[in-house]
Structures are given as structure tokens and as C-alpha cells.
Design a protein around this ligand. Structure first.
Ligand code: GLN
Length: 483
């Protein structure tokens, strides 16, 4: 059952081949069996079985949705009422959310069955999932390797078939890079497409929630349920979501693909480059034409991002003060001691590094030199993309410079780690939608193809991904031991 698509499962549920309770139980068993992957922080067994029972009732009554009764899981950054929402941090290890994030509410309303909460880098800061208070997640394709981050638990869970589909968030690449490293499909929507209400903030002007699944088709179904304007998110955009499933089947004749030369320069693994080139050739067979393009300011994306993201996180994380919620140190002697020790004891090393960088960049005298400058660079990068997307329909390239690296390999070298997102970060600065789809293997580890589209063109991206998946089988491969 765990290898079926959402549509196949929906049919099976309606035909009475199995119930949602049976389906859910089989996933709960798999999660237990593969506990050592560390993909889940919390498994909500009882709630899942309750939700499955309710889904079976809905199915029997004939008022079910495509997602009704389908086992999914949430990245532990989304608030879930009555369930621990840790954000991968000791700071929130004792935090039980009093309300549901909009994304959680929408998926619950659709009748999806939440199996639990997925492991992640602390406060979504990282590219390897090694920054989690709950320990590293293993990549199902090679358990000595990282799954990518920060949605590492999400990607590993889908690859290992420990959920049919899951949510992730992408501030600088955290849906696409782990999707690439785990051989699954992930979509970072346009900024504003999916509500951020109840999604714990890292860098508010960049954070965007999105779907992760095995295929573009499943991703489309999940996005349909997640997307839509939410008055509770002041940065949401009131732009109706089209029918994503309907758009999947359009032909690709006449599609123009731009290949930025900056995506294929130094630092890109030659095996990864070969996989991307082969995928582009497949698109040419489907009727696409290819154009060489340039994003001249791309090399400024990483420095600009680390100023902006750190600045925003230093402000967002000031709410964790040991007073209102989360961790509180023992026996503080005064208020300063309460703040200093609560934050000092509960935040991990990377989070502290970002808060320090951000506070520095925002301080008087440095604001103009760093933060304002970074915002200007952000504008230049955005203009580059806007110009190029008038000439081509989509941009393609690698998602990450290499396949999944070894656990421990980069953890002591933050600059090296930051470079893992060299191809993804600029897209967040520009607010564009983008996908990673499985496109091949290098040394038995998956490689993703990066597809970047124009604002609110998620339907086009899904269509382009689906057409490729119809003629290739990369997205159907499963790691050894998880078949
Ligand atoms: N790796 C990047 C960072 O650490 C991006 C993380 C993300 O997208 N949440 O900030």
C-alpha cells in the first residue's frame, strides 16, 4: 500500500479494498520498524487512528475528498493543537501548540490523517538536519549521509515510505535541497501562495510552506489543499489557486527553458551536471527549446541571504525569552539571568550564530552597511529573474552542487554548509516558485532537477514535472530496504 499514489489509494479506499484505519496502521508499523532513521520527532498514533476512523466514516458517507484517509505528516514547524510543536529546538521541547496552523487546519479539514511531526533543523536553520535538538536524520538512500535540510525529516519520511506525502518549509532551499538529496518531489510555492499562519517564523520575508511527495501528481493534490488566501496571513496573496491536477496533462511543445550559465560554473559536481544535462535533453524530446541565459547577480545571493535571514531571525526569535512559553532556566536570580540563561541553555549553536549575526547587522551604524545593502542586492537579483522570465518560460539547473554529503562532513564549517544552497537561495530572495524533481543518481545517491517558474506559475511547474515523470521512472525508485 505504501507505494501507491494518492489517486490509487483514494480508489482503493472507495472500492473497499482497505480502510483508512488499516492504511494508517500499516504506516504506523513502518514508522516503528524504521525508527532509526529518526525522521519523526513525535508520532501521534492515537490521534492518527481516530482521524482514520473519522475518514472511513466520511468515505462511507460519500463526502470524501481526494486526501480523505491518506496518511500524511507535518514538519514540526507547523503548530498542531494539543500536540508538541518543537521546531527542532530544546526551546520548544515542552511546547504544546494551543491552535492549528492554517496549513494543518486545511489538511485536517480535507480528511488527511496526520501520523506525526517530522524532524527538522532547529528553527529551520540548516542544510543537513544535523542542527536538530532531536539528533540528525539519516538519508534512506545511504544511512551515513545527511537527508539535506531543514526539511530533512520530511524528505526522509517520503523516501522511506513513512508517509504518503508531507509538508515542508523553504526559506532558502529547505524543501528543494532535501527533496533532491532524498530522490523525491518538492515544491516551494510563490511567496504568499500558502499561509504562514501558525508556521513558526524563521525569516518572515522568505519563509514559505509547501508540499513534498513522491510524484508531481501527489504534490499537486497536496498543494491544492494547502494553497489559498488566508486573512490571518498579512503577506498572503489573494490570487485564486487554479486546478492543479487539470493542468498536469498539457503538452510541452514550444516550452522555452533557460539555462543560466551561473548554475553550471565552478563548484558543481560533474556527475550532477551530467544528470541535469540529460534531463534537459528529455525535455527537448518533449518539444522544449533551450536558451542560454544569465543571472548576473546570482553570486551575491548567499551573502545577501545570510544578512537578511539572520536579521529577520534575530527579531523573530526574540520572543523566546523564557517568560511566555518554551524553555525556562532553573532558579533565575533576576530578570537578566532569566533571559540570558533561558536563551543560552535552550538555543543550539547555529541558532545562536544567526542571532548574533542578525543583531550585529541591524545595530545602529551597521544597518545601512549590511541590512540596507543586502536589501538592495535582493532587488537586483529579483530584477535579474524578472527580466529572464520574460525571455523563457522556466529556468532549469541543479538543486544542489553535489549529492548528499556524509553526516559530520560539513557541520564544523558553516561557510561550506551555507554553500549547499547556492542554487536555491536566490529564488527565495526573488519570491519565485520552484521545484526539485528526481532526475537520476550519482554514486547511488539521488540528484534533483531544479525547475524555476514565474510568480504563481505553480500549475505550469507541476505540469512540466509531471510530463517528465510520465516518460522517466526516477521518482518511482525506492531506497534498498524500504521497497
Ligand atoms: N539552509 C538555509 C539556512 O540555513 C535554508 C534553510 C531553509 O530554507 N529553511 O538558512
Amino acid at each position: 500500500m505504501h507505494n501507491k499514489t494518492i489517486i490509487e489509494l483514494a480508489k482503493g479506499l472507495r472500492a473497499g479494498e482497505f480502510t483508512s484505519v488499516e492504511l494508517t496502521q500499516s504506516f504506523l508499523n513502518r514508522i516503528k520498524q524504521h525508527e532509526t532513521l529518526n525522521a519523526y520527532i513525535t508520532v501521534t498514533e492515537e490521534l492518527a487512528l481516530q482521524a482514520a476512523k473519522a475518514a472511513d466514516l466520511k468515505l462511507a458517507n460519500g463526502d470524501a475528498d481526494l486526501l480523505t484517509g491518506i496518511p500524511i505528516a507535518q514538519k514540526d514547524i507547523f503548530c498542531t493543537r494539543g500536540v508538541k510543536t518543537s521546531c527542532g529546538s530544546k526551546m520548544l521541547d515542552n511546547f504544546v501548540a494551543p491552535y492549528n496552523a492554517t496549513v494543518v487546519k486545511k489538511l485536517n479539514d480535507a480528511g488527511a490523517v496526520m501520523l506525526g511531526k517530522l524532524n527538522m533543523d532547529e528553527f529551520a536553520m540548516g542544510s543537513s538536519n544535523e542542527n536538530s535538538y532531536y539528533g540528525a536524520v539519516k538519508n534512506p538512500w545511504d544511512q551515513a549521509a545527511v537527508p539535506g535540510g531543514s526539511s530533512g525529516g520530511s524528505a526522509a519520511a517520503v523516501a522511506a515510505r513513512l508517509a504518503i506525502c508531507v509538508t515542508g518549509t523553504d526559506t532558502g532551499g529547505s524543501i528543494r535541497q532535501p527533496a533532491s538529496h532524498c530522490g523525491i518531489t518538492g515544491l516551494k510555492p510563490t511567496y504568499g501562495r500558502v499561509s504562514r499562519y501558525g508556521m513558526i517564523a524563521y525569516a518572515s520575508s522568505l519563509d514559505q510552506g509547501g508540499p513534498m511527495a513522491r510524484s508531481a501528481e501527489d504534490t499537486a493534490i497536496l498543494l491544492q489543499a494547502m494553497a489559498g488566501f488566508d486573512p490571518k496571513d498579512s503577506t498572503g496573496v489573494d490570487c485564486p489557486a487554479p486546478n492543479y491536477l487539470e493542468s498536469l496533462n498539457k503538452g510541452l511543445d514550444g516550452l522555452t527553458i533557460g539555462l543560466p550559465k551561473e548554475f553550471f560554473g565552478d563548484g558543481l559536481d560533474s556527475g550532477v551536471a551530467a544528470v541535469v544535462e540529460a534531463a534537459v535533453k528529455e525535455y527537448q524530446k518533449l518539444g522544449a527549446t533551450v536558451k542560454d541565459i544569465s543571472i548576473p547577480n546570482l553570486n551575491l545571493a548567499i551573502p545577501a541571504y545570510y544578512v537578511i535571514a539572520s536579521a529577520e531571525c534575530s527579531a523573530n526569535l526574540s520572543r523566546f525569552d523564557g517568560v511566555r512559553f518554551g524553555y525556562r532556566c532553573k532558579d533565575p536570580v533576576d530578570l537578566t539571568d532569566l533571559y540570558v540563561r533561558s536563551r543560552g541553555e535552550a538555543f543550539g549553536k547555529e541558532v545562536k550564530r544567526r542571532i548574533l549575526m542578525g543583531t550585529y547587522a541591524l545595530s545602529a551604524g551597521y544597518y545601512d552597511a549590511y541590512y540596507l545593502k543586502a536589501q538592495k542586492v535582493r532587488r537586483l537579483i529579483t530584477e535579474d529573474f524578472k527580466r529572464v522570465l520574460q525571455e523563457v518560460d522556466v529556468i532549469m539547473g541543479p538543486v544542489a552542487p553535489s549529492v548528499a554529503f556524509a553526516i559530520g562532513e560539513k557541520i564544523n564549517n558553516p561557510i561550506e554548509m551555507y554553500l549547499s544552497d547556492i542554487y536555491t537561495i536566490a529564488i527565495n530572495l526573488a519570491g519565485l516558485p520552484a521545484m526539485s524533481i528526481p532526475a537520476g543518481f550519482v554514486q547511488d545517491k539521488p540528484v534533483g532537477l531544479h525547475i524555476i517558474g514565474n510568480y504563481f506559475a505553480e500549475d505550469r511547474l507541476l505540469n512540466i514535472a509531471h510530463q517528465y515523470q510520465k516518460i522517466t521512472g526516477w521518482h518511482e525508485k525506492s531506497p534498498k530496504g524500504f521497497e
